[in-house]
Design a protein around this ligand. Structure first.
Ligand SMILES: C[S@@+](CC[C@H](N)C(=O)[O-])C[C@H]1O[C@@H](n2cnc3c(N)ncnc32)[C@H](O)[C@@H]1O
Length: 297
């Protein structure tokens, strides 16, 4: 017999989370992510077909868009240049129960060690942050633990690639949300998850659908040591032109700047959208920012 307890709990989470949306999310992101697109979903929904055979999302981040529209999608290719993030997606997909076990252990130790330091003066958070696991399951558990306990869910690394965000002050962080992880795992069954730059990660066929949510023009680009710099926006537009020529449909978000309007002025439709933002480079600035939804459809 089906266990109703879990379904009821998860439905409650969904109802709460989808308040600002018209679309009912299939699953919810299991990490907080700068530039998360949940608030843009109502503006994006009309641009997403009811049925998508092959879906590409080369800047997947927290995956809010894929998790929302997953019921419309038959097969997905999700990628990002953040290796810890893509490893975590792979573990959520393939080893969710083991990952839950490891996260519950982090959760227990985090609570036990609250307000205490070890002999070396480090807190539990600082110990985990300094650790450098190589086993993918440990990488994923560390990544989610740090994401849930660090300041504002930010991801920032120093020049040597070491995560350097301080601990946030959350009395009771939700380190292991087992229902959410299991739902994400089920939803990821239809996805192939890859590490890599957008240019190499996407190779669409005729009729494929590509959703791009790159780091925004003129905004926070500190996701990784190498950032999204220089001519990356032009490189993305050029890749878009190639994908278009291959018969793909493209939907792309970016900040409403003169540079972006100019870059996509030819052969694309530019739509205005406005979305509230809760995480940015300062971590505390909130408010509506003007955004663009750019399509070739
Ligand atoms: C705006 S965020 C995506 C947010 C995501 N749509 C969400 O809802 O959470 C941009 C993502 O692009 C990734 N990224 C940065 N440079 C990239 C590149 N050259 N190729 C692919 N991904 C890249 C970052 O690691 C980050 O996860």
């Amino acid at each position: 017999m089906r266990s109703t307890a879990k379904v009821v709990n998860f439905d409650r989470v969904l109802k709460h989370a989808e308040r600002p949306h018209l679309e009912r999310a299939v699953a919810l992101p299991f990490v907080k992510w700068a530039g998360g697109k949940r608030s843009l979903i109502p503006s994006l929904a009309p641009h997403f077909p009811d049925e998508i055979d092959t879906y590409w999302e080369p800047f997947v981040g927290g995956g809010a868009v894929f998790f929302t529209f997953a019921n419309r999608i038959k097969r997905a290719y999700l990628s990002d240049t953040n290796e810890d993030l893509t490893t975590t997606y792979q573990m959520v997909k393939a080893k969710v129960e083991k990952l839950i076990d490891r996260l519950q252990e982090h959760e227990r130790k985090h609570r036990e060690r609250r307000g205490k330091t070890y002999a070396d003066g480090k807190t539990y958070y600082q110990r985990v942050r300094a650790s450098e696991p190589t086993d993918p399951l440990e990488v994923a558990a560390r990544f989610i633990y740090l994401n849930k306990t660090c300041f504002n869910g930010l991801y920032r690394v120093n020049k040597s690639g070491q995560f350097n965000v301080p601990e946030g002050s959350y009395p009771n962080p939700d380190i292991c949300n087992a229902d959410r992880l299991r739902q994400a795992s089920k939803t990821l069954a239809k996805a192939t998850i890859r590490l890599g730059d957008f240019d190499r990660a996407v190779s669409p066929g005729e009729g494929d659908f590509i959703y791009c949510d790159p780091p925004y023009d003129g905004c926070f680009s500190g996701y990784q040591a190498d950032g999204f710099k220089g001519d990356s926006q032009t490189r993305l537009r050029d890749a878009g032109n190639r994908w278009k020529a291959m018969g793909a449909t493209i939907v792309l978000c970016n900040a409403d700047t003169d540079a972006m309007r100019k870059l996509y002025a030819d052969d694309y439709a530019i739509h205005n959208a406005k979305a509230p933002r809760s995480i940015n480079s300062k971590g505390d600035a909130r408010g509506a920012v003007a955004e663009l939804i750019i399509t070739n459809g």
